[in-house]
Design a protein around this ligand. Structure first.
Ligand code: HEC
Ligand code: HEC
Length: 156
């Protein structure tokens, strides 16, 4: 019985191995110099392409397209002179924690979720911004004009 078991495992193992080590035809393999974020020879000294941070004023540009409603929307305006967020100063709060209605060109009011203390009272909308939402840039980020270094294979 033991020997039969051993023989079967050996068969399976060699079968699996044969599949893993099946060589990729040379014509289909990606050449070494085309791999990585900086394709080229390892002896090259590539200069990273320059990029510019978003520096528009709030409300100057329209909001960015959302990937889905669960993700933190990206910041469409510059944030350079609003950072760092400190205990004494949070300009994001000054503009966005508002009861004013949502209107294009005006600060988007933070959503109801940002008033919920998930640890102490989940499901209850409090009357002030939850502490866990204070550092907005932990989740929301602006964009740069940097082009992707390599094409994402799942995108055209
Ligand atoms: C001077 C006021 C002001 C300040 C300060 C400010 N914002 Fe904004 N923010 C705006 C305006 C205006 C818009 C554009 C809303 C629109 O046109 O619908 C906006 C848009 C956004 C959006 C996009 C919302 C959406 O619906 O897609 C996010 C996210 C955002 N801001 C986050 C931040 C964060 C984080 C900070 C702090 C680093 C910040 N903002 C500071 C005014 C401000
Ligand atoms: C822990 C991550 C996190 C933090 C911190 C956070 N947000 Fe958000 N924010 C989200 C997510 C996720 C969404 C989208 C889902 C939702 O509405 O709850 C969102 C949505 C928003 C929206 C869109 C509202 C709408 O009606 O479409 C605004 C504006 C916004 N946040 C501003 C802020 C500001 C300003 C701060 C800081 C005071 C902040 N957020 C802190 C994760 C975060």
């Amino acid at each position: 019985m033991r020997q039969v078991f051993f023989a079967i495992s050996l068969l399976l193992a060699t079968g699996a191995q044969a599949q893993v080590t099946k060589p990729i035809p040379r014509s289909k393999a990606t050449p070494d110099h085309a791999l990585g974020l900086s394709p080229g020879s390892v002896f090259d000294v590539p200069a990273p392409p320059k990029f510019k941070d978003e520096d528009s004023a709030p409300g100057e540009k329209p909001v960015l397209k959302r990937i889905n409603s669960e993700f933190p929307p990206m910041i469409p305006h510059g944030v350079g002179d609003m950072l760092p967020i400190t205990r004494a100063s949070n300009l994001c709060v000054d503009c966005h924690v508002t009861t004013a209605p949502r209107k294009a060109g005006e600060p988007t009011p933070v959503p109801a979720s940002h008033y919920v203390d998930l640890r102490r009272a989940p499901g209850v909308k409090g009357d002030k911004l939850a502490g866990t939402r204070y550092v907005c840039t932990a989740c929301h980020v602006p964009q740069t004009d940097a082009k992707p270094l390599v094409r994402s294979l799942d995108r055209p």
